[in-house]
Design a protein around this ligand. Sequence first.
Ligand SMILES: [Cu+2]
Length: 146
Amino acid sequence: MKTLIACLLSLAPAMACAEISTQNAWIRSSTGPNGALFLEIENSSPQLDSLVSATTHQGQCDHMELHTHKHEDGKMMMRQVSSIEVPAQDKVELKPGGLHIMLMGLKKPLQDGETVPVSLTFESGETLDLDVPVKSAAATAGHSHH
Ligand SMILES: [Cu+2]
């Protein structure tokens, strides 16, 4: 509550408050060329925000892309998107078969038990640093083929 009051009193509310939070971030273990990151992003501000980019700090992959899945010709196809919207006072869920963050060009396999440091950048200018655990697909409820 203290934070909220401070934000309301601020003269620059859009810049003053950390409004984005994340939960349940994980990266699917992978021995293939790419990996996928899933998480929930919550936006407590009254304004729409968007995830615009993601990076790793330790060079685990060549680069990261934001992806969604679309049905095309009866098949689930992955498509790169330029941003992922997080509605005001709501949250967006990145999960297998839907929106996800892709680690393109893995330098080495992502193994169960590892942690990958990831930075997320939002349109508002806010950045979040996360240490994301790697989990095997079998250890999660996900069942999609990536
Ligand atoms: Cu993808």
